[in-house]
Design a binder for this molecule. Structure first.
Ligand SMILES: *Cc1c(COP(=O)(O)O)cnc(C)c1O
Length: 422
């Protein structure tokens, strides 16, 4: 049943009063504007800092001071196996078995590492299919991988574009594109939730189509993890990677993550670039010759874990664990629905919402495409203590994040937009 929303402050505040996730807002630090917390709609770009990070960071510093090298085994969270603390919590966010996920490196690095395993062009099967307008880093990664294997990106990369006059891409166009490419296709790579439009692609059916064509299928989940619940294992996805500084609030340059389906990690013939941290733990410090991969996605690790970079990750994942991704999603659908409802009341500004209106096909982001004066609107918001995100040439992205945004935040954004005359 569609919700009955109202565009009043009283309504918004009442919704906040009955929101069981409301207290999580208190666990975060907000930038200040004229002595008050900003209304922060930028969690899709850089999530806020959980208050517990400072304490946990100091604790880690003390452990290092106190134990030196022995901290590998004696620290409160022993560094030797630090990445294991994340498995359970990450696996719930992406719908995977515990061993299928690992926190490591950074996003684009992981994308390259996984393409080394899953982009193995041979004979006429060498093409990669992706969505047009993918995040630039992903485009560069794919182009350079294609060149690395000796192909021309213009020939080897198939881009699926939106239809005439719209901004989002039909899932069926991706699926048909895959079928058309058929046995020329080696790999499908899609950004699970598009960073620009906020469109959430049909990962399950795209994966099916890729496998039917005999190709591997991987996803960049930068804008999906912590935003929409997924079932990567059940959907048979081959691999995925993500960053943690967006919805996962793990700080700038925060540790990335990866998923590898266990049917690949358990298969000794799956090629993975190796390093000592991916080696079986019982023999890792024995300094022997001959790589023995440890169980699961962790065998893709190379270097020892960047512990200080993982402290914020630990703090933030605890909050996700306590809130629960399904509860967050429920609030997210309602909150984003409210924001959309409010934006649709506004008729004096020349924008359209290019994010899909179907809640199943989006997360918590709404992208407003301006015909004119977008930059001025964005700046007025900033001057009023509302942090949105500007994307050239003419889009304002706003993300009502269910972990710390409120119905009142949405109302205040609406109120400010209503007051703008341009
Ligand atoms: C944020 C983002 C990146 C950034 O890559 P890093 O390696 O973390 O710097 C890459 N791809 C997508 C889709 C993103 O949204």
């Amino acid at each position: 049943m569609p919700e009955v929303y109202e565009s009043t402050l009283e309504y918004a505040q009442l919704r906040d009063q009955v929101d069981t996730l409301f207290p999580f807002r208190e666990r975060f630090l907000f930038p200040q504007h004229q002595g008050e917390d900003v209304r922060y709609f930028c969690g899709n770009s850089l999530g806020l800092q959980p208050k517990s990070v400072e304490y946990l960071m100091n604790k880690e510093l003390r452990d290092w001071a106190r134990y030196g090298v022995e901290g590998h085994f004696r620290a409160s969270y022993p560094w030797f196996s630090y990445h294991h603390f994340f498995n359970e919590r990450l696996s719930k966010l992406v719908g995977a078995h515990k061993d299928e996920v690992v926190a490591m490196n950074a996003l684009t690095v992981n994308l390259h590492l996984l393409m080394m395993s899953f982009y193995r062009p041979q004979g006429k099967r060498y093409k990669i299919l992706m969505e047009a307008g993918a995040f630039p880093s992903d485009q560069y990664a794919v182009e350079s991988q294609v060149r690395y294997h000796g192909y021309d990106p213009n020939d080897a990369i198939i881009e699926i574009t939106p239809r005439e006059g719209v901004s989002t891409i039909e899932d069926t166009d991706i699926i048909n594109g895959i079928a058309e490419a058929g046995d020329s296709l080696a790999l499908v790579i899609i950004g699970g939730v598009n960073y620009y439009t906020g469109q959430y692609f049909d990962l399950e059916n795209i994966t099916k189509a890729a496998h039917a064509a005999g190709a591997y299928c991987g996803y960049d989940l930068a804008h999906a993890i912590g935003n929409v619940p997924m079932k990567l294992h059940e959907w048979n996805v081959d691999f995925a990677c993500w960053c943690s500084y967006k919805y996962l609030n793990s700080g700038p340059g925060g540790v990335g993550g990866a998923f590898v389906h266990e049917r690949h990690s358990d298969d000794p013939s799956t090629i993975r670039l190796a390093g000592w941290w991916g080696n079986e733990e019982s023999t890792r410090f024995k300094m022997r010759k001959g790589f023995i991969p440890q169980q699961g996605a962790a065998s893709w690790q190379m270097s020892n874990a960047p512990v200080f970079n993982m402290v914020a990750h630990n703090a933030s994942l605890d909050l996700f664990e306590k809130a629960g991704i399904d509860e967050l999603r429920k609030k997210s659908i309602s909150l984003t629905g409210y924001m959309e409802y409010l934006l649709r009341q506004i008729t004096h500004l020349s924008f359209e919402i290019i994010t899909p209106s179907n809640p199943e096909r989006r997360g918590c982001q709404l992208s407003m495409l301006f015909a004119a004066n977008g930059k001025e609107v964005f700046e007025t918001l900033a001057n009023n203590g509302i942090v949105a995100d500007w994307r050239e040439p003419n889009v304002i992205r706003i993300a009502p994040v269910p972990l710390y945004n409120t119905y009142e935040d949405c109302y205040r954004l609406y109120e400010t937009l209503m007051g703008i005359t341009v």
